[in-house]
Design a protein around this ligand. Sequence first.
Ligand code: ADP
Length: 647
Amino acid sequence: MSGVDWEDDDPFEEQRDRVENPMKRLFREYGRPYTFHATVGVVASVFARLLDLLPPLMLGIAIDAVFRRDAAFSEQIPLVLLPDAWLPMTQTAQFWFVIAAIAGAFLLGAGFHWIRNWGFNAFAQHIQHDVRSDTYDRMQRLNMEFFSDKQTGEMMSILSNDVNRLERFLNDGMNSLFRLSVMVAGIGGLLFWINPQLALVALLPVPIIAGFTYLFIRTIQPKYAAVRSTVGKLNSRLENNLGGIQVIKSSNTEGYESDRVDDVSMDYFDANWDAIGTRIKFFPALRTLAGIGFVITFVIGGLWVFQPTPPGPFTGDLSVGMFVVFILYTQRFIWPMAQFGQIINMYQRARASSARIFGLMDEPSKLERDPNATELVVGEGAVVYDDVTFGYDDESIIEGIDFAVDGGETLALVGPTGAGKSTVLKLLLRMYDVDEGSIRIDGQGVSEVTLPSLRRSIGYVGQSSYLFYGTVRENIAYGTFDATDAEIREAARAAEADEFIENLPDGYETMVGERGVKLSGGQRQRITIARAVLKDPDILVLDEATSDVDTETEMLIQRSLDRLTTDRTTFAIAHRLSTIRDADTILVLEDGKIVERGTHGELLENGGLYAHLWGVQAGEIDELPQEFIERAQERTARVPDEAETDD
Ligand code: ADP
């Protein structure tokens, strides 16, 4: 089927394909609690549309029975359904009866339209809200690999675009669908009741118009996809150029860039013009089709009314009033019919969107859930890595990692970028499961204990300290929501943050994070450390916690960290070796393997990679020996290669 070509290059394609009957599932899982709203919407919609049909019919009755007096009032459709005693006898009373019916239909109709809108909107909004909340909840529990850059855009798109598309169908689509059904069934039924022969003629354009609008949607859909794609390219080009304006100016390439923008803008123009060309033909063509039907009905009906015998093969009578009813009604379903293609299109999109949503929800967690998992109980805080091997994909990143840290000790990981240091620690937090070997905390395997208890026991301070939009207080208490003001202040003091926080415009109540007061890297870092102090975890992970700051701030942070790490099992990754020289054990990683281990003193004596890195950083030697430089060159040469295949 057409209409889904915007999903090219979709990393969630596989998930989408796995989901069966997504719309059925949507109604079953999310629609059921709101059956009342939907029922109210549907019933009110039927009444509202039927009332819409009353005024033209009453006009026909007035012409035949009230003004011309050539038909009995009580025998008019639908008045035959009412007992004669209810109907007025005099001409004036009948006139007012008709007026009252028309006015009543408008008034009641307005009421039903209001209820119908309430029902459908409530149904759509509730489902949209529930689906969004559930999807978000599922999403944040997914494995870490889902959050690589490539896919966060996709997730945003599922949470916003796809969820919104559902709403469009549930509201506009279903509304139009019922309007169309009631119009076609209601008008069709009435026309057949009044005069089945002329009804056949008048309804002839309906299937033709339906087929025509469907064809139109199929033709225009790929053209709209092309418009979206070119506008995307245009936006990226503009964004890119604005970001790089300094380079453009300094390289004197304004003319070149103007040409490039001109080119993509022209592509956008062409794509748009192509779509416009098709679109502007649709409504005139539709009018022509409807017009032909109208003229045919008019000719046959007209001849029937004023000639003594019915035209052609037709038989029976047709009154002027009912002829007018035919003319007014045939005008009415042209526009709902024009939406037929739109409804199908909206349905297809909603179907594809719910498939993507359910695909995401059904994504199994790769972390194996052990039904017998117990709460982690940390006593001493001893950590053992037993021959651990792991790779993000098939290729292994770390191999045979083997070490033991006693409770309260500090273990430092050093080595070149990409050696696998962060990966080693992500496994402790169980962001991923090890491929081989095991990791144990006080004898309990990290995969045998519950995730919340594991993560509660480990505090993490990373290199990019992310602050949520909120107050400083909220950011420190994040995750330890029951902390008192005194405890929060105490933690900030331990993190050397109290002083600068007091100097902020609103102290602890200052809004920070995105859209809030801009803090320096060092200040953000100290708030993150205060958060870790407040959490008071058994085990602490510091992933280059001081890499982002100047030397002075580093000293402050180091002081607060020293306080935090005393008597706590600590893992620290550091580029600046001075910050970890006091660690109980230092592991040197290269290419995912431990190449050296020992204390600072022992490693210096060894005279290996560590000793040379130390020498360079301490300014004792000018340059690394040739063999290390060659190895580094090999490594850095490999990176772009990997990055390319990654994309
Ligand atoms: P380090 O902390 O020593 O700089 P990392 O543990 O971050 O090293 O990375 C080790 C290797 O694993 C690198 O080659 C990196 O490209 C790769 N890597 C890191 N994270 C991911 C990921 N989420 N998916 C795939 N590969 C990854």
